[in-house]
Design a protein around this ligand. Structure first.
Ligand SMILES: *Cc1c(COP(=O)(O)O)cnc(C)c1O
Length: 231
């Protein structure tokens, strides 16, 4: 089941890439395993899946072993409270949901204390939905980048967004184009920083995200099936 779904997703990713003159190899597939058991993570791993995403600190702690199988990479993709930073640092390889300067500072401080440098993405709210995390305006993002550029315990790798839920294709194109354009502006403004990663696109909108330049899609439902929130 997971194997077939994964093959199908990769094939659709390839199609969307070709449609926009890109190659599948430019786009990473992240398997979002939240609310699915570790056995399914291992099943996906057995099919060649290496990159996984989880959105809650507690679930990462409860579900994953302290040392991951060789080659497996795990990113935190959900909102992170500053008081949980210390707990999550040793458990993930990247934090894709940095949404404030305060959080960036906290991650950097804790990482430096542990003698490491944590790769991060900055989350931007492209949909304007208040329920979503993420920086709300370019200026707010720049104010954080001005400071975060000099933080020694984090390494910025790009931007992340969640598209408008239930949005039309036009809305989705607009949101993802906003992130791509913002990343291009960041590149010019901060030539010393890296903005190679554009993490955008989920089960229902990844093809559109790829057409707009996504380099990382985050797929849960299409890969693992529906999540049971009652659990
Ligand atoms: C749950 C989640 C996803 C995956 O969503 P699906 O629609 O199930 O593919 C992607 N990104 C984030 C930040 C998530 O929390």
């Amino acid at each position: 089941m997971i194997r077939e779904q994964r093959e199908q997703i990769l094939s659709e990713m390839g199609e969307a890439a070709r449609k926009s003159g890109r190659q599948l190899s430019e786009i990473a597939l992240m398997a979002v395993s939240k609310l699915h058991p570790y056995e399914e993570v291992l099943e996906a791993f057995g099919c060649g899946q290496r990159l996984f995403g989880e959105n809650r600190v507690q679930e990462v702690q409860a579900k994953f072993p302290a040392s991951l199988p060789e080659g497996m990479r795990l990113h935190l993709i959900g909102h992170l409270q500053t008081n949980k930073v210390r707990k999550i640092l040793p458990l993930v390889q990247q934090i894709d949901s940095v949404d404030s300067l305060k959080l960036a500072r906290k991650i950097s401080d804790e990482a430096e204390r542990s003698g490491l440098c944590m790769p991060v993405l900055l989350e931007y709210n492209t949909s304007g939905e208040e329920s979503k995390s993420g920086f709300e305006s370019p200026d707010e993002l720049y104010r954080t980048l001005d400071v975060a550029a000099d933080l020694g315990g984090i390494r910025i790798g790009g931007l992340m967004t969640i598209g408008p839920l239930g949005g039309s294709d036009d809305d989705l194109h607009r949101a993802f184009a906003t992130l791509r354009e913002l990343s291009e502006r960041c590149r010019k403004r901060y030539p010393g920083l890296c903005f190679d990663t554009l993490s955008m696109g989920m089960s229902s909108d990844f093809a559109i995200a790829i057409e707009e330049g996504s380099t990382m899609v985050r797929i849960g439902t299409r890969l693992f099936g529906k999540r049971d929130y009652a659990k």
